[in-house]
Design a protein around this ligand. Sequence first.
Ligand code: GDG
Length: 489
Amino acid sequence: SRLSAHLGPGGRILIVANRLPVTAKRDPVKKWEFPSSSGGLVSALQGVKDEELMFVGWPGVSVTDDDDQTFIKNELFKKRCVPVFLNEELMDQYYSGYCNNILWPLFHYLGLPQGHKVNKTKDFKSQLKAYTEANQMFADTVCGISKEGDIIWCHDYHLMLLPKLLKQFNTNMKVGWFLHTPFPSSEVYQALPNRKELLQAVLEADLVGFHTYEYARHFVSACTSLLGLEGRLGGIEFKERIVKVDAFPIGIDAQHFKESLDRDAVKVKITDFESVFAGRKVMLGVDRLDMIKGLLQKLLAYEKFLEENKGWESEVVLVQIAVPTRTDVPEYQELKSQVHEMVGRVNGKFGTFKTYPIIYLDQTVEFEALCALYAITDVALITSLRDGMNLVSYEYVACQESNKGVLILSEFAGAAQSLGAGAIIVNPWNIAEVANAIKCALDMPSGERERRHRHNYEIVSAHTAQDWAENYVWELTNAVIKAPLGTGE
Ligand code: GDG
């Protein structure tokens, strides 16, 4: 494969991420099964030979029994996955706590650590302790399996201490770290109590990657202002060496989406949907039910559009898929009720005995149905308040070759950097602007739709997930490892 061309003899790519691409699950008779979960990362790594790839991560379930652990370990090994068994308490403090309650909102400009809950200082301490412990468990697992010639690719905000822990074990390890979320302005990042510790740990990597130049620049300025280091986009001087810092915008496997439209299972769905929505324009939203996706703002804008454009209520439908996520976190439960209230209000106000303006699902849909929805809808409405990239926008474009649907995209999604010229770019906080964009998209003449789609389609097909992985790995293998002075090199 193109990717493996960058590896030395016998070398492998170890992908370390919080979550493995498979889940360990018990079926109704308590037998273990291991369904694969697909995602951006997995498809990006298609084309890498099996023997050159290993995944390290949490298998989706807390297992404490030794025999179960051994069984799962052996089964997962056949799928080139190595589990890190984090127990429930640790997952609660590390994953739900430090990762998703502190770093996630901070990195998306949606809340400072502890924020209004200043009495939670105690929690911060124990959550940070759990984060450190979990990162150490990932490091131990990686060190247990790594061999000379391997490169270690660490993913996301869950594992910011990992580069340092790995280099402590072996300075010569090739270690990269990539962030899938935004990296915020240093004015925001500096609120984090242990702000220096995380930066210093990430800087132990040989390559630090982000989706956009803006995020990379923010990281560099956090390092220069908070650590007093010399640096610019491209590299930061840290401990007698230059750490490479750059943008690596992710993509999708556009061909895979395009080809899926020719499959019978997808064609059946397309026919189904076409008859369900016959005679109406269809707008689509596909988001995890997360505050960063701006679902409330989207619904407010849609409501405003319907209020100001009488007659449209029976001519248009918004299909909103709200994929369940982090369902045990109170903030997410609250968001869900608020979204339900809004959907009920809009349907109640603008519905008739025959039609509702919103079809809302708190469910994951199957890949076939998702592709069919991408293909038949007239408008995609993406209103993220912040979003590292947003792959849904890419996938929508990939499936719109015959329809030439209009993409309405938030300026706060990383994807706005690449799809800006073809999409209608909006500020999701400006409800009137989004309402106007909806009107404009629904009325857009076919010539303009065609022109805008063409632009986006070229970008989505030219910058694939495979290119992303290949560029990153190429840069990482070429990153020079220079031992710190005084270690005898
Ligand atoms: C994070 C960052 C960054 C969604 N619903 C269904 C479904 N999906 C799939 C989509 C897409 C993926 O999930 C969602 O990816 P996004 O990029 O849109 O958003 P996040 O989940 O927030 O991802 C984001 C990304 O990491 C990669 O770096 O772009 O900014 O937040 O692939 O297709 N798939 C199926 N049914 C669904 O109902 N089968």
